[in-house]
Structure formats: C-alpha cells, structure tokens
Ligand binder design. Structure first.
Ligand code: AMP
Length: 278
C-alpha cells in the first residue's frame, strides 16, 4: 500500500493509472473499525485502485472539544487498510487541504436544515467543502459512503448532481457490533458502563420500526421520547421519522415513499447517531 501525505505526488501517481481502470475512493476520519473496512471491501469489488483518505476535517466540527477529543489511531489505521488490500492511503495535513480553514457555502436544497444540520451548525458546509476538495484531487470514478451517516450520503449525492460531477456515489449498509450498536469511532470514547448499555439505542430503533406498521409517527416519536426520559446513560437529542429523499418529517404514510427513522443521543459529551429503514 502506498502512503501519500502530499497532493502533488499522489496526483502524479494517479495520473499514471491507465484510462480504462477505475479508481474507488473511501474518505474517512480515521480511528478505523470494521464499518470503514466494509467500505474498502465494497470499493475493491468495483475498482482496480482503491484510495482511502484519513483526515479529521476541522471545518465540519462545530464543537472544539469534540474535534480535540476525536480518536486518532493512525498506525493501526494504516495496518488495517493494508490488511484489507487498500492500494493507496492519503493522509494530508490541514495546511495541505486548506489555504484558509474556512468552509464554502453550499445550497443543498434544504437537506442541511434538519437533523445533523440543525444541531451541528454549518457541519454540512464543512463536509461539502472537504469532500469536493478530495474529489477534485483524486478524481475517482466511484466514491463510497456509509448509511450510518445517511444524511451525509444524501448531501454528497446532492453536491455531485449540482456540480454535474460524473462520480458515482455508493451507499453502504451500516455495520453493527454484536449487540446492535452501530460501529463508530466515537464508541471508543464511551465508558464501560455506557458501552454496555448502548445497545439500547438500536433496540429502540428496531422497536420503532415494528411500531411503524400500525402506529402513527406522532405516537412513535412520543414513545421514543418516553424511553429516554430520565435514562441513566443517554440523553435524546432528536428522534425523527422522515422521507428518505427530502429528509423532511413524515406527514402521512405513503407506500410510494421510503421512510427512515433517525436518532442522535448524548452519553455525557459523546454524541452517537444511528438510523433505520422503516
Ligand atoms: P468517518 O470516519 O466517521 O467520517 O466515516 C467514514 C465513512 O465510514 C463514512 O462514509 C461513514 O458513513 C462510514 N461509516 C462509519 N461508520 C460506519 C458503519 N458502522 N457502517 C458502515 N459505514 C460506516
């Protein structure tokens, strides 16, 4: 596996790849787990060259202590990517990616006004800025994003369509721990007790999915709020049932549309998100 820290040698290497070969790209912020590696696996199926990036992007953090505490395990990450058969890893510095640490402003047609966008101010402008920059540098044919961050996946698809890019965006299913907790780099920040109890989040989502068959969204939302009321470990930030396409709250059930439930909770200062198709 080749490791690049600078744009210029990376681009020089990529330009030597022949025209009819596909480049697949998997952006990450490191602290890799099996969820990330599943994206590499998908990319390997469809591309001759797989490029992963590891970059903790400052402009997508609205909270400085979250950025400071974000787990960093670069040596293990490199070993994991190697063992997964990743061809190239790009690990740039902040200076390499930004002249000024500032995000561009995007019009995501409202996809950024809800859920993560509502609670993390300008988060998606930061995501859009860095992903667009990576796309310009790497020029992949295919790029892989997890449904764990489903709103982000929709936003990336929106950027690609608005900018008229020819990159195919592939959404990959959520990988979970044995007890159902969605794999996340932030799980390592949980205390032993929080971790033991964290399967509660997915259990609640699964129960909400069951209830969706014969209960109103309003009642399900209230039921979920009740579950977290006075919970000893987790504080609910939001639970919403939305149309997958618009990410707007469900008005009424409609068999022609797909709906998904989204949740964000705090375990002290560690923020966890998850979602489920309904
Ligand atoms: P991150 O390093 O958290 O920015 O994640 C990098 C990519 O991995 C994003 O596209 C995430 O959606 C994806 N990802 C993170 N966790 C999981 C998971 N549990 N299952 C599948 N994909 C994931």
């Amino acid at each position: 596996m080749l490791i690049f820290k600078k744009i210029q040698p990376l681009q020089q290497h990529l330009s030597s790849i022949t025209n009819n070969q596909f480049i697949g790209f998997v952006p990450t912020m490191g602290a890799l787990h099996k969820g990330h590696l599943s994206l590499i696996k998908e990319a390997k199926k469809e591309n001759q060259t797989v490029v992963a990036s590891i970059f903790v992007n400052p402009t997508q953090f609205n909270n400085t202590s979250d950025l400071k505490n974000y787990p960093r395990t670069i040596d293990t990450d490199i070993e994991l990517l190697k063992s997964e058969g990743c061809d190239i890893v790009f690990i740039p510095t902040i200076d390499e990616m930004y002249d000024h640490i500032k995000s561009e402003h995007f019009d995501f047609d409202g996809l950024d006004n809800v859920m993560e966008g509502r609670f993390r101010e300008r988060h998606f402008d930061g995501v859009g800025t860095i992903v667009k920059r990576f796309f310009e540098i790497i020029k992949p044919h295919n790029a892989y994003f997890g449904e764990k961050d489903f709103q982000q996946l929709q936003i990336i698809k929106k950027i690609v369509s608005k900018l008229g890019l020819t990159i195919k965006i592939i959404g990959c299913e959520i990988l979970r721990e044995d007890d159902g907790l969605a794999m996340s780099s932030r799980n390592t920040l949980l205390t032993e007790e929080q971790r033991k109890n964290a399967s509660f989040i997915y259990k609640t989502l699964k129960e909400a999915k069951l209830q969706f068959k014969n209960h109103s969204p309003h009642n399900i939302i209230n039921w979920v709020k009740d579950q977290f009321e006075n919970h000893p470990f987790f504080k609910l930030e939001y639970f919403q049932i939305v149309d997958e396409k618009t990410l707007l709250d469900i008005k009424e059930k409609d068999n022609t549309k797909k709906f998904r439930a989204f949740i964000a909770v705090f375990a002290n200062n560690v923020r966890l998100i998850d979602n489920i198709e309904l």
